[in-house]
Ligand binder design. Structure first.
Ligand SMILES: Nc1nc2c(ncn2[C@@H]2O[C@H](COP(=O)(O)OP(=O)(O)OP(=O)(O)O)[C@@H](O)[C@H]2O)c(=O)[nH]1
Ligand SMILES: [Mg+2]
Length: 301
């Protein structure tokens, strides 16, 4: 045990272009899946807290939507704003890139970070994909030469490699302070939000091309009994043509997606789940402020 007064706490914003592994990293650091992950870019659509509590510290990670330059639709602008707004209150910023190399889109993110006062740690993720490791050296040297980062830390979020080192470097930069949240709280997001996200994860993973980006999930009634939870979910698509794609021939695709979601939901809720889904069309909802509010994509900044 550490003595009173040495407790550290703070907010750590996790930012980067889409798909670099921000949510995977937050989940690994928190030790629980608080944010969904898919192989597709633009999976995360909200600011989501992941809280890591220890006897001498509490670190509040802020997972964010991937920052992207070409934000034409309202939802994309809302996502970018949610990500950018996390920077203002951050004690530390983790800028997550991929070990395979520096992209133009990373440069875009860096521009958005130009006015950030908090120390920035560059997290070079997915090191497990680069073999031999010496292949990373040119990237590490190039980012070092820019002298923008308090630290540069290669990690594999997927394989939990070098995350302890990353935690040490974060903790060293957090101020002394009290807990912000109860010790057993892992996220700020409630049950129904997490249920919707679990279903959206399975939908995004199963669907292709533009369909994943036309999806929104709205959770209706949840009857949470002692041994069975009964969940009613609406799946919204952005075009008439997307509805039959989600359903699949004879409804087979949606059935498989529902089954995958049900397994995760049963693990999450710790009981049997009866999941009912309805696919509905709301044309062009991603550019419709009212629809965004209805689906929970309110402006969070
Ligand atoms: N090989 C490898 N894959 C990883 C690693 N970290 C994340 N991934 C994969 O990269 C993909 C994207 O991961 P996410 O955690 O959803 O990435 P993100 O940055 O949160 O993406 P957005 O929310 O879309 O911005 C998924 O397929 C992950 O499994 C890693 O360390 N190694
Ligand atoms: Mg994410």
């Amino acid at each position: 045990m550490t003595g009173a007064g040495s407790f550290r706490s703070g907010f750590v914003a996790v930012v980067g272009r889409p798909n670099t592994g921000k949510s995977t990293l937050v989940n690994a650091l928190v030790g629980e899946k608080v944010s969904i992950v898919t192989a597709r870019p633009q999976t995360t659509r909200h600011r989501i807290l992941g809280i890591r509590s220890r006897s001498d510290s509490q670190v509040v990670f802020v997972d964010t939507p991937g920052l992207h330059g070409n934000a034409r639709k309202l939802i994309n602008r809302t996502m970018n704003r949610a990500a950018a707004s996390s920077l203002a209150d951050a004690d530390v910023v983790l800028f997550v890139i991929e070990a395979s190399g520096w992209h133009a889109a990373d440069e875009h993110v860096l521009q958005r970070l130009s006015r950030v006062a908090a120390p920035m740690i560059l997290v070079v993720n997915k090191t497990d994909l680069v073999r031999p490791r010496s292949k990373m050296l040119p990237l590490l040297e190039a980012v070092q030469a820019r002298q923008l980062f308090a630290e540069i830390v290669p990690v594999s979020a997927l394989e939990s490699e070098n995350l302890e080192r990353l935690m040490e470097l974060i903790l060293a930069r957090l101020p002394a302070g009290e807990r912000f949240y109860p010790e057993d709280m892992k996220t700020d997001r409630g049950r129904d939000f997490r249920i919707g996200e679990i279903l959206r994860e399975k939908l995004m993973a199963a669907l292709e091309r533009e369909v994943p980006y036309g999806l929104a999930v709205e959770i209706g009634a949840v009857e949470d009994g002692e041994r069975l939870a009964s969940i009613d979910a609406r799946i919204w698509v952005a075009k008439d043509s997307q509805r039959p794609i989600v359903l699949g021939r004879g409804g087979e695709r949606l059935k498989a997606i529902g089954q995958a979601a049900r397994l995760d939901l049963e693990a999450f809720l710790g009981k049997k789940v009866f999941l009912q889904t309805h696919v509905k069309v709301r044309r062009n909802w991603a550019d419709d402020a009212r629809a965004l509010r209805q689906f929970g994509y309110e402006d969070e900044s």
